[in-house]
Design a protein around this ligand. Structure first.
Ligand SMILES: Cc1ncc(COP(=O)(O)O)c(C=O)c1O
Length: 370
């Protein structure tokens, strides 16, 4: 599949105007490369993205901006966020609403805080307290839905009205505009990677792993790395307990995986693939697999050896590649992906230790965690 997606030329300049913008590091990862049996491995490290411990703020901030611009724009030129906030004042009160497994909701709440808007975030009932507290600390109202992430998504959709803007990173029938902008917002990651590789005189990756919840990040990966002129293979990775993309691919049609989805990869615990992402995943993934919690933990420890603090969902892409090259069909998988000892792979560590207690337990077992 070839994909043509022309990113909005204003995207990077928008992110550069947000407080604390800096490109996140592209880390050379020799331990990961050795474990995969390849020449080079790169890790795009999203442990600190605009002051938050995950990449999601790129999509959330851009989607909020584009939605506000569509509803209330055009805005007069602005440099600082408070100049933008002042232009929104006549439309207040406004509340940004979303469901989340953690990172997206915190990012929407942060964007709301930047713009002087309210935020109402719905979370599934299995979310760990550390993630709920992090969202509340952004000043958001958090409601725990008695059910899964997918039920939280449905509940958030019900709250939409003139004063409540739903900023979801997954799509549903009739709701595709905002999640499309979320995906577009992730494009800054790839613009940065291209520049960082060029600066190092390094080659483009041969294989790129993308961990998948609803599949929006993987859609952005496919849009970039399967575009005309690019040759990388894209591998999608999910938790065994929430493998909605894999099951959909096997069925040849969108397939729901009912909850509970109790994997430790909280950001990936989704039972439904975004219908917006689906055609890109169906046409653009070279391989798709599901991994166990233990495999995610192994990847967290390996990435730590390369100096990358990577949470459970953050490490899942690396975990998937490790599982592929050590599984029963390893040699067939290598052949299918064209993975040789001369290859370069790229993974995106999409979050840091968003559950610090669990991170310490997994990566530093035996240390005193009291
Ligand atoms: C850390 C992290 N990585 C990856 C993903 C997967 O993104 P998507 O739901 O767009 O597939 C998420 C989603 O919440 C996440 O929080």
């Amino acid at each position: 599949m070839t994909v043509t997606a022309t990113p909005d030329p204003r995207l990077l300049a928008f992110h550069q105007r947000l407080p604390g913008y800096a490109p996140t590091p592209l880390v050379h990862a020799p331990h990961l490369a050795a474990a995969l049996g390849v020449q080079d491995a790169w890790v795009k490290n999203e442990v600190d993205r605009l002051g938050l411990p995950a990449y999601k703020i790129l999509g959330a901030s851009w989607a909020v901006y584009r939605e506000l611009e569509t509803l209330y724009g055009p805005f007069s030129p602005w440099t600082m966020l408070d100049e933008l906030a002042a232009q929104l004042a006549p439309h207040q009160p406004l509340t940004l609403v979303t469901a989340t497994d953690g990172n997206h909701g915190r990012a929407v709440a942060r964007t709301a805080r930047w713009l002087g808007l309210a935020a109402h975030i719905l979370v599934p009932d299995d979310m760990v307290p550390a993630r709920i507290q992090a969202i509340e600390a952004e000043g958001a109202r958090v409601d725990v839905i008695h059910g899964t992430y997918d039920e939280a998504v449905a509940a958030a959709a019900q709250l939409a009205d003139e004063q409540h803007l739903v900023i979801s990173d997954t799509a549903w029938d009739g709701y595709e505009r905002v999640p499309g902008w979320v995906v577009e917002g992730y494009g800054t990651i790839f613009q940065e990677i291209d520049q960082q590789l060029a600066e190092q005189g390094a080659q483009q990756p041969d294989v790129v792993a993308a961990q998948m919840g609803v599949g929006s990040l993987a859609m952005a990966v496919v849009q970039h790395y399967r575009a005309p002129g690019r040759t990388a293979q894209v591998v999608g990775v999910e938790p065994l307990r929430a493998a909605c993309v894999l099951q959909s691919l096997q069925a040849g049609a969108l397939t729901e995986v009912p909850g509970p989805h109790a994997s430790i990869m909280a950001g990936l615990n989704c039972g439904n693939t975004s219908p917006l992402a689906w055609p890109y995943l169906q046409g653009g993934l070279s391989a798709s697999l599901a991994i166990s919690d233990a495999q995610a933990e192994e990847a967290m420890r390996l990435l730590a050896r390369d100096g990358v603090v990577s949470g459970e969902s953050g490490a899942a892409g690396a975990g998937g590649l490790l599982a592929l090259v050590s599984g029963e069909d390893a040699s067939a998988a290598r052949t299918r992906l064209g993975l040789t000892p001369a290859s370069t792979v790229l993974v995106i560590s999409t979050e840091g230790a968003t559950d610090p207690e669990a991170y310490a337990r997994i990566v530093h077992p035996g240390a005193d965690h009291a």
